[in-house]
Design a binder for this molecule. Structure first.
Ligand SMILES: *Cc1c(COP(=O)(O)O)cnc(C)c1O
Length: 434
Protein backbone atom coordinates (compact mmCIF):
# COMPACT_ATOMS: atom_id res chain seq x y z
CA UNK A 1 0.00 0.00 0.00
CA UNK A 2 1.42 3.36 -1.07
CA UNK A 3 -0.43 5.93 0.99
CA UNK A 4 0.99 8.91 -0.87
CA UNK A 5 -0.21 7.42 -4.12
CA UNK A 6 -3.68 6.86 -2.65
CA UNK A 7 -3.91 10.45 -1.45
CA UNK A 8 -2.76 11.81 -4.78
CA UNK A 9 -5.42 9.88 -6.67
CA UNK A 10 -8.23 10.15 -4.17
CA UNK A 11 -9.10 13.69 -3.12
CA UNK A 12 -11.60 12.38 -0.57
CA UNK A 13 -8.82 10.57 1.28
CA UNK A 14 -6.63 13.66 1.03
CA UNK A 15 -9.45 15.68 2.65
CA UNK A 16 -9.86 13.07 5.36
CA UNK A 17 -6.14 13.28 6.12
CA UNK A 18 -6.73 16.98 6.90
CA UNK A 19 -9.71 16.22 9.16
CA UNK A 20 -12.13 17.82 6.68
CA UNK A 21 -15.74 16.69 6.74
CA UNK A 22 -16.46 14.47 3.73
CA UNK A 23 -19.51 12.86 2.15
CA UNK A 24 -18.91 9.69 0.19
CA UNK A 25 -21.52 8.06 -2.05
CA UNK A 26 -20.96 4.37 -2.64
CA UNK A 27 -20.77 3.68 -6.40
CA UNK A 28 -21.28 -0.06 -5.82
CA UNK A 29 -24.39 0.15 -3.69
CA UNK A 30 -27.05 -2.31 -4.85
CA UNK A 31 -24.70 -4.43 -6.97
CA UNK A 32 -24.90 -8.19 -6.69
CA UNK A 33 -22.45 -9.69 -4.26
CA UNK A 34 -22.00 -12.86 -2.32
CA UNK A 35 -23.04 -11.89 1.19
CA UNK A 36 -22.20 -14.64 3.64
CA UNK A 37 -25.50 -14.29 5.55
CA UNK A 38 -29.19 -14.42 4.69
CA UNK A 39 -32.68 -14.10 6.11
CA UNK A 40 -32.38 -17.50 7.78
CA UNK A 41 -29.55 -16.20 9.96
CA UNK A 42 -31.61 -13.21 11.11
CA UNK A 43 -34.54 -15.49 11.93
CA UNK A 44 -32.26 -17.86 13.83
CA UNK A 45 -30.99 -14.97 15.95
CA UNK A 46 -34.50 -13.65 16.51
CA UNK A 47 -35.68 -17.11 17.62
CA UNK A 48 -32.75 -17.44 20.03
CA UNK A 49 -33.59 -14.08 21.62
CA UNK A 50 -37.21 -15.25 21.94
CA UNK A 51 -36.05 -18.41 23.75
CA UNK A 52 -34.09 -16.27 26.18
CA UNK A 53 -36.93 -13.79 26.75
CA UNK A 54 -38.32 -15.57 29.84
CA UNK A 55 -34.83 -15.51 31.34
CA UNK A 56 -34.23 -11.84 30.54
CA UNK A 57 -37.64 -10.82 31.90
CA UNK A 58 -36.65 -12.26 35.29
CA UNK A 59 -32.94 -11.45 35.32
CA UNK A 60 -33.53 -7.83 34.24
CA UNK A 61 -36.95 -6.77 35.58
CA UNK A 62 -36.86 -3.61 33.45
CA UNK A 63 -37.45 -5.89 30.45
CA UNK A 64 -40.49 -7.60 32.00
CA UNK A 65 -42.91 -5.08 30.47
CA UNK A 66 -41.76 -6.12 26.98
CA UNK A 67 -41.79 -9.82 27.88
CA UNK A 68 -38.00 -10.01 28.05
CA UNK A 69 -37.53 -8.58 24.56
CA UNK A 70 -34.84 -5.89 24.51
CA UNK A 71 -36.21 -3.31 22.10
CA UNK A 72 -36.45 0.45 21.64
CA UNK A 73 -39.01 2.94 20.42
CA UNK A 74 -39.10 4.60 17.00
CA UNK A 75 -40.29 8.17 17.61
CA UNK A 76 -41.17 11.00 15.24
CA UNK A 77 -39.35 14.18 16.27
CA UNK A 78 -41.42 16.88 14.60
CA UNK A 79 -40.25 19.66 16.91
CA UNK A 80 -36.61 18.83 16.27
CA UNK A 81 -37.05 18.85 12.49
CA UNK A 82 -37.16 22.65 11.94
CA UNK A 83 -34.39 23.07 14.53
CA UNK A 84 -32.17 20.58 12.70
CA UNK A 85 -32.97 22.23 9.34
CA UNK A 86 -31.97 25.56 10.81
CA UNK A 87 -28.66 24.05 11.93
CA UNK A 88 -27.81 21.92 8.88
CA UNK A 89 -29.98 22.91 5.90
CA UNK A 90 -33.41 22.03 4.54
CA UNK A 91 -34.56 18.46 3.89
CA UNK A 92 -38.04 17.28 2.93
CA UNK A 93 -40.16 14.59 4.53
CA UNK A 94 -40.52 13.44 8.13
CA UNK A 95 -37.85 13.05 10.80
CA UNK A 96 -37.65 10.13 13.24
CA UNK A 97 -35.29 8.89 15.89
CA UNK A 98 -34.67 5.23 16.73
CA UNK A 99 -34.02 5.22 20.45
CA UNK A 100 -31.43 2.47 20.92
CA UNK A 101 -30.02 4.99 23.38
CA UNK A 102 -32.80 3.77 25.70
CA UNK A 103 -32.35 0.04 25.18
CA UNK A 104 -32.77 -1.73 28.52
CA UNK A 105 -29.90 -3.50 30.33
CA UNK A 106 -27.01 -1.47 28.89
CA UNK A 107 -28.37 1.75 27.36
CA UNK A 108 -26.82 1.50 23.91
CA UNK A 109 -27.05 -0.32 20.60
CA UNK A 110 -24.59 -2.85 22.12
CA UNK A 111 -27.50 -4.26 24.10
CA UNK A 112 -28.43 -5.95 20.82
CA UNK A 113 -25.31 -7.69 19.49
CA UNK A 114 -23.31 -7.85 22.71
CA UNK A 115 -26.00 -9.49 24.77
CA UNK A 116 -26.94 -11.79 21.91
CA UNK A 117 -23.40 -13.17 21.57
CA UNK A 118 -23.09 -13.98 25.28
CA UNK A 119 -26.54 -15.59 25.37
CA UNK A 120 -25.60 -17.76 22.41
CA UNK A 121 -22.42 -18.85 24.17
CA UNK A 122 -24.34 -19.63 27.37
CA UNK A 123 -26.89 -21.65 25.44
CA UNK A 124 -24.15 -23.73 23.84
CA UNK A 125 -22.36 -24.37 27.12
CA UNK A 126 -25.59 -25.42 28.85
CA UNK A 127 -26.71 -27.62 25.98
CA UNK A 128 -23.32 -29.30 25.62
CA UNK A 129 -23.65 -30.29 29.28
CA UNK A 130 -27.11 -31.70 28.61
CA UNK A 131 -28.68 -29.26 31.07
CA UNK A 132 -30.79 -27.28 28.61
CA UNK A 133 -32.98 -28.04 25.59
CA UNK A 134 -34.72 -25.74 23.12
CA UNK A 135 -38.06 -26.64 24.67
CA UNK A 136 -37.10 -25.53 28.19
CA UNK A 137 -38.28 -22.34 29.81
CA UNK A 138 -34.91 -20.56 29.78
CA UNK A 139 -35.62 -18.82 33.09
CA UNK A 140 -34.17 -21.98 34.68
CA UNK A 141 -30.81 -20.40 33.78
CA UNK A 142 -31.23 -18.30 36.92
CA UNK A 143 -30.79 -21.42 39.06
CA UNK A 144 -27.57 -21.91 41.02
CA UNK A 145 -26.57 -25.03 39.09
CA UNK A 146 -26.22 -22.92 35.93
CA UNK A 147 -24.35 -20.13 37.69
CA UNK A 148 -21.96 -22.75 38.98
CA UNK A 149 -21.53 -24.21 35.51
CA UNK A 150 -20.93 -20.81 33.91
CA UNK A 151 -18.47 -19.80 36.65
CA UNK A 152 -16.07 -22.37 35.19
CA UNK A 153 -16.03 -20.40 31.93
CA UNK A 154 -14.88 -16.90 31.17
CA UNK A 155 -15.70 -14.21 28.66
CA UNK A 156 -13.27 -11.53 27.43
CA UNK A 157 -13.77 -8.44 25.30
CA UNK A 158 -11.92 -5.28 24.27
CA UNK A 159 -13.95 -2.10 24.05
CA UNK A 160 -14.10 1.70 24.05
CA UNK A 161 -16.87 1.41 26.65
CA UNK A 162 -20.36 0.48 25.55
CA UNK A 163 -19.61 -3.01 24.25
CA UNK A 164 -17.76 -3.65 27.50
CA UNK A 165 -20.83 -2.52 29.47
CA UNK A 166 -23.11 -4.80 27.53
CA UNK A 167 -20.85 -7.89 27.61
CA UNK A 168 -19.86 -7.29 31.24
CA UNK A 169 -23.40 -6.87 32.56
CA UNK A 170 -24.92 -9.91 30.84
CA UNK A 171 -21.89 -12.16 31.46
CA UNK A 172 -21.75 -11.31 35.17
CA UNK A 173 -25.49 -11.88 35.50
CA UNK A 174 -25.25 -15.35 33.96
CA UNK A 175 -22.31 -16.17 36.25
CA UNK A 176 -19.38 -16.12 33.84
CA UNK A 177 -16.02 -14.77 34.89
CA UNK A 178 -15.71 -11.73 32.68
CA UNK A 179 -12.84 -9.42 31.79
CA UNK A 180 -13.29 -6.17 29.90
CA UNK A 181 -10.22 -4.62 28.34
CA UNK A 182 -10.90 -0.90 28.12
CA UNK A 183 -9.16 1.54 25.79
CA UNK A 184 -8.05 5.02 26.88
CA UNK A 185 -11.26 6.53 25.47
CA UNK A 186 -13.50 4.69 27.93
CA UNK A 187 -15.29 6.91 30.42
CA UNK A 188 -14.56 6.42 34.11
CA UNK A 189 -18.22 5.83 35.05
CA UNK A 190 -18.42 2.85 32.69
CA UNK A 191 -15.44 1.21 34.41
CA UNK A 192 -16.86 1.97 37.87
CA UNK A 193 -20.24 0.56 36.98
CA UNK A 194 -18.73 -2.67 35.64
CA UNK A 195 -16.51 -3.15 38.67
CA UNK A 196 -19.55 -2.73 40.92
CA UNK A 197 -21.04 -5.75 39.16
CA UNK A 198 -17.98 -7.93 39.71
CA UNK A 199 -16.52 -7.48 36.24
CA UNK A 200 -12.71 -7.38 35.94
CA UNK A 201 -11.81 -4.18 34.14
CA UNK A 202 -8.31 -3.75 32.75
CA UNK A 203 -7.38 -0.29 31.55
CA UNK A 204 -4.96 0.57 28.77
CA UNK A 205 -3.46 3.94 27.97
CA UNK A 206 -3.71 2.95 24.30
CA UNK A 207 -6.54 2.88 21.80
CA UNK A 208 -9.31 0.42 21.00
CA UNK A 209 -7.20 -1.83 18.78
CA UNK A 210 -4.76 -2.47 21.59
CA UNK A 211 -7.61 -3.24 24.01
CA UNK A 212 -9.11 -5.74 21.57
CA UNK A 213 -5.72 -7.35 20.94
CA UNK A 214 -5.23 -7.81 24.70
CA UNK A 215 -8.64 -9.45 25.02
CA UNK A 216 -7.78 -11.80 22.18
CA UNK A 217 -4.46 -12.65 23.78
CA UNK A 218 -6.08 -13.46 27.11
CA UNK A 219 -8.54 -15.81 25.47
CA UNK A 220 -5.94 -17.55 23.31
CA UNK A 221 -4.86 -20.83 24.72
CA UNK A 222 -7.73 -20.91 27.22
CA UNK A 223 -10.38 -23.31 25.96
CA UNK A 224 -12.72 -22.17 28.75
CA UNK A 225 -12.62 -18.53 27.61
CA UNK A 226 -14.92 -17.05 24.99
CA UNK A 227 -13.51 -13.98 23.26
CA UNK A 228 -16.04 -11.53 21.86
CA UNK A 229 -14.24 -10.28 18.77
CA UNK A 230 -15.66 -6.86 17.93
CA UNK A 231 -13.44 -6.71 14.85
CA UNK A 232 -14.97 -9.74 13.18
CA UNK A 233 -17.72 -11.52 15.08
CA UNK A 234 -20.62 -12.97 13.10
CA UNK A 235 -22.66 -13.43 16.28
CA UNK A 236 -22.45 -9.75 17.15
CA UNK A 237 -23.36 -8.84 13.57
CA UNK A 238 -26.42 -11.09 13.51
CA UNK A 239 -27.58 -9.97 16.95
CA UNK A 240 -27.68 -6.41 15.67
CA UNK A 241 -29.51 -7.45 12.50
CA UNK A 242 -32.61 -8.51 14.45
CA UNK A 243 -33.42 -4.81 14.93
CA UNK A 244 -34.64 -4.77 11.35
CA UNK A 245 -37.24 -7.51 11.91
CA UNK A 246 -38.59 -5.65 14.89
CA UNK A 247 -38.82 -2.32 13.08
CA UNK A 248 -41.35 -3.61 10.55
CA UNK A 249 -44.29 -3.12 12.93
CA UNK A 250 -42.87 0.22 14.07
CA UNK A 251 -42.90 1.45 10.47
CA UNK A 252 -46.54 0.37 10.20
CA UNK A 253 -47.49 2.07 13.46
CA UNK A 254 -45.89 5.31 12.23
CA UNK A 255 -47.34 5.10 8.71
CA UNK A 256 -43.90 4.80 7.17
CA UNK A 257 -44.12 3.29 3.70
CA UNK A 258 -41.01 1.97 1.96
CA UNK A 259 -41.36 1.91 -1.81
CA UNK A 260 -40.13 3.61 -4.98
CA UNK A 261 -42.11 6.76 -4.24
CA UNK A 262 -41.47 6.76 -0.50
CA UNK A 263 -37.75 6.50 0.18
CA UNK A 264 -36.55 5.86 3.72
CA UNK A 265 -33.11 7.08 4.82
CA UNK A 266 -31.37 5.67 7.87
CA UNK A 267 -28.33 7.38 9.42
CA UNK A 268 -26.19 5.37 11.87
CA UNK A 269 -23.04 6.34 13.79
CA UNK A 270 -20.22 3.92 13.00
CA UNK A 271 -17.21 2.77 15.00
CA UNK A 272 -15.70 -0.55 13.95
CA UNK A 273 -18.84 -1.20 11.89
CA UNK A 274 -20.41 -4.22 13.59
CA UNK A 275 -23.47 -2.54 15.04
CA UNK A 276 -24.39 -0.29 12.10
CA UNK A 277 -23.35 -3.04 9.67
CA UNK A 278 -25.58 -5.65 11.27
CA UNK A 279 -28.53 -3.27 11.35
CA UNK A 280 -27.91 -2.33 7.71
CA UNK A 281 -27.73 -5.96 6.61
CA UNK A 282 -31.08 -6.65 8.32
CA UNK A 283 -32.74 -3.55 6.90
CA UNK A 284 -31.57 -4.22 3.34
CA UNK A 285 -32.55 -7.87 3.58
CA UNK A 286 -36.08 -6.88 4.58
CA UNK A 287 -36.78 -3.58 2.82
CA UNK A 288 -34.45 -3.73 -0.19
CA UNK A 289 -33.21 -0.87 -2.31
CA UNK A 290 -35.83 1.74 -1.35
CA UNK A 291 -34.35 1.95 2.10
CA UNK A 292 -31.06 3.82 2.04
CA UNK A 293 -28.42 3.62 4.77
CA UNK A 294 -25.59 6.03 5.51
CA UNK A 295 -22.91 5.74 8.21
CA UNK A 296 -21.61 8.70 10.21
CA UNK A 297 -18.09 8.90 11.63
CA UNK A 298 -15.97 11.50 13.45
CA UNK A 299 -13.43 13.34 11.29
CA UNK A 300 -10.81 12.06 13.75
CA UNK A 301 -11.73 8.36 13.37
CA UNK A 302 -13.25 7.73 9.93
CA UNK A 303 -12.12 4.11 9.54
CA UNK A 304 -15.13 2.76 7.64
CA UNK A 305 -15.25 5.66 5.18
CA UNK A 306 -11.52 5.21 4.61
CA UNK A 307 -11.80 1.45 4.13
CA UNK A 308 -14.72 1.70 1.72
CA UNK A 309 -13.51 4.70 -0.28
CA UNK A 310 -10.13 3.03 -0.89
CA UNK A 311 -11.55 -0.48 -1.22
CA UNK A 312 -8.90 -1.60 1.27
CA UNK A 313 -11.31 -2.17 4.22
CA UNK A 314 -9.31 -3.36 7.24
CA UNK A 315 -6.16 -3.16 5.12
CA UNK A 316 -5.87 0.56 5.87
CA UNK A 317 -6.08 2.42 9.18
CA UNK A 318 -6.64 6.05 10.10
CA UNK A 319 -3.06 6.25 11.35
CA UNK A 320 -1.84 5.35 7.85
CA UNK A 321 -3.10 8.74 6.64
CA UNK A 322 -1.97 10.53 9.77
CA UNK A 323 -5.40 10.76 11.41
CA UNK A 324 -5.13 10.49 15.19
CA UNK A 325 -8.28 8.67 16.34
CA UNK A 326 -8.80 11.19 19.14
CA UNK A 327 -12.48 12.07 19.36
CA UNK A 328 -15.09 13.02 21.96
CA UNK A 329 -17.33 10.46 20.29
CA UNK A 330 -15.86 7.70 22.45
CA UNK A 331 -18.18 5.04 21.01
CA UNK A 332 -16.76 5.72 17.56
CA UNK A 333 -13.06 6.03 18.43
CA UNK A 334 -11.88 3.21 16.18
CA UNK A 335 -8.95 3.43 13.77
CA UNK A 336 -9.51 0.35 11.62
CA UNK A 337 -12.78 -1.08 10.28
CA UNK A 338 -14.05 -4.58 11.07
CA UNK A 339 -12.52 -7.24 8.82
CA UNK A 340 -15.97 -8.87 8.58
CA UNK A 341 -18.18 -5.86 7.97
CA UNK A 342 -16.23 -3.66 5.54
CA UNK A 343 -16.52 -5.98 2.59
CA UNK A 344 -20.20 -6.76 3.29
CA UNK A 345 -20.98 -3.03 3.25
CA UNK A 346 -19.31 -2.72 -0.16
CA UNK A 347 -22.61 -3.42 -1.93
CA UNK A 348 -25.16 -2.72 0.83
CA UNK A 349 -24.28 0.71 2.14
CA UNK A 350 -25.36 3.86 0.28
CA UNK A 351 -22.65 6.10 1.65
CA UNK A 352 -20.69 7.56 4.57
CA UNK A 353 -19.99 11.00 5.95
CA UNK A 354 -17.83 12.51 8.64
CA UNK A 355 -18.51 15.17 11.24
CA UNK A 356 -16.33 17.40 13.38
CA UNK A 357 -16.48 16.86 17.14
CA UNK A 358 -17.48 20.47 17.86
CA UNK A 359 -20.87 19.90 16.19
CA UNK A 360 -21.90 16.99 18.41
CA UNK A 361 -22.75 19.02 21.51
CA UNK A 362 -25.02 21.63 19.88
CA UNK A 363 -27.02 18.75 18.34
CA UNK A 364 -27.20 17.05 21.73
CA UNK A 365 -28.54 20.24 23.36
CA UNK A 366 -30.98 20.95 20.52
CA UNK A 367 -32.50 17.48 20.79
CA UNK A 368 -32.80 17.88 24.56
CA UNK A 369 -34.46 21.31 24.24
CA UNK A 370 -36.87 20.41 21.46
CA UNK A 371 -37.82 16.83 22.38
CA UNK A 372 -36.53 16.29 25.92
CA UNK A 373 -34.46 13.37 24.61
CA UNK A 374 -30.93 12.99 25.98
CA UNK A 375 -28.35 10.97 24.04
CA UNK A 376 -24.56 10.74 24.21
CA UNK A 377 -22.19 12.67 21.91
CA UNK A 378 -21.38 9.62 19.73
CA UNK A 379 -25.09 9.27 19.05
CA UNK A 380 -25.24 12.77 17.56
CA UNK A 381 -22.71 12.05 14.80
CA UNK A 382 -25.50 11.20 12.38
CA UNK A 383 -27.39 14.50 12.58
CA UNK A 384 -25.92 16.17 9.50
CA UNK A 385 -27.09 13.24 7.34
CA UNK A 386 -30.54 14.35 6.16
CA UNK A 387 -29.29 17.71 4.88
CA UNK A 388 -26.25 16.11 3.22
CA UNK A 389 -28.46 13.67 1.35
CA UNK A 390 -31.01 16.35 0.41
CA UNK A 391 -28.21 18.44 -1.09
CA UNK A 392 -26.64 15.54 -3.00
CA UNK A 393 -28.34 16.41 -6.29
CA UNK A 394 -26.37 13.95 -8.44
CA UNK A 395 -27.02 11.08 -6.09
CA UNK A 396 -30.75 11.81 -5.88
CA UNK A 397 -31.00 12.14 -9.67
CA UNK A 398 -29.14 8.87 -10.22
CA UNK A 399 -31.53 7.10 -7.87
CA UNK A 400 -34.61 8.79 -9.36
CA UNK A 401 -35.41 10.43 -6.04
CA UNK A 402 -35.18 14.14 -6.88
CA UNK A 403 -38.93 14.81 -6.80
CA UNK A 404 -39.71 12.27 -4.08
CA UNK A 405 -37.93 13.79 -1.13
CA UNK A 406 -41.07 15.36 0.33
CA UNK A 407 -42.34 11.77 0.81
CA UNK A 408 -39.17 10.68 2.55
CA UNK A 409 -38.73 9.43 6.10
CA UNK A 410 -35.36 10.18 7.70
CA UNK A 411 -34.37 8.04 10.68
CA UNK A 412 -31.53 9.08 12.97
CA UNK A 413 -30.33 5.97 14.79
CA UNK A 414 -29.52 7.08 18.35
CA UNK A 415 -26.96 4.56 19.53
CA UNK A 416 -26.39 5.38 23.19
CA UNK A 417 -27.16 7.58 26.14
CA UNK A 418 -29.47 6.56 28.90
CA UNK A 419 -26.84 5.13 31.23
CA UNK A 420 -24.75 8.30 31.16
CA UNK A 421 -24.72 9.72 34.73
CA UNK A 422 -26.82 12.85 35.12
CA UNK A 423 -23.90 15.11 36.02
CA UNK A 424 -22.01 13.97 32.93
CA UNK A 425 -25.04 14.54 30.70
CA UNK A 426 -25.52 17.98 32.19
CA UNK A 427 -21.94 18.87 31.28
CA UNK A 428 -22.50 17.70 27.68
CA UNK A 429 -25.69 19.73 27.48
CA UNK A 430 -24.09 22.87 28.83
CA UNK A 431 -21.22 22.54 26.42
CA UNK A 432 -23.78 22.38 23.61
CA UNK A 433 -25.54 25.52 24.81
CA UNK A 434 -22.35 27.60 24.68
C1 LIG B 1 -20.41 1.08 19.54
C2 LIG B 1 -21.16 2.29 19.26
C3 LIG B 1 -21.44 2.69 17.96
C4 LIG B 1 -20.94 2.00 16.71
O1 LIG B 1 -20.90 0.60 16.73
P1 LIG B 1 -19.69 -0.18 16.03
O2 LIG B 1 -20.07 -1.60 16.08
O3 LIG B 1 -18.46 0.11 16.82
O4 LIG B 1 -19.59 0.39 14.66
C5 LIG B 1 -22.16 3.84 17.78
N1 LIG B 1 -22.59 4.56 18.83
C6 LIG B 1 -22.35 4.21 20.10
C7 LIG B 1 -22.88 5.06 21.21
C8 LIG B 1 -21.62 3.06 20.36
O5 LIG B 1 -21.37 2.73 21.61
Amino acid sequence: MDVNEIMKNNSLVADMAQYKEVFWINPDSGKDAGIPFGMKDIEDAEARLARFAPYLAKAFPETACSGGIIESELAEIGRMKPVLEEMTGHFGGRLFIKLDSNLPVSGSIKARGGIYEVLKFAEKVAMDQGLLTWEDDYSILLEDRFKELFSRYSVAVGSTGNLGLSIGIISAKLGFKVTVHMSADARQWKKDLLRSKGVIVIEYPEDYQVAVAQGRKEAEGDPMCHFVDDEGSADLFLGYSVAAKRIISQFEANNITVDEDHPVFVYIPCGVGGAPGGVTFGLKEIFGENLHVFFAEPTHAPCMTLGLATGLHDGIACSDIGVDGMTDADGLAVGRASRLVGSIMETLLDGCYTIGDEKLYPFLAALADSENIFIEPSSCASFTGPALVAQAADYLAAKGLTDKMDNAAHILWATGGNMVPESEMKAYYERGKK
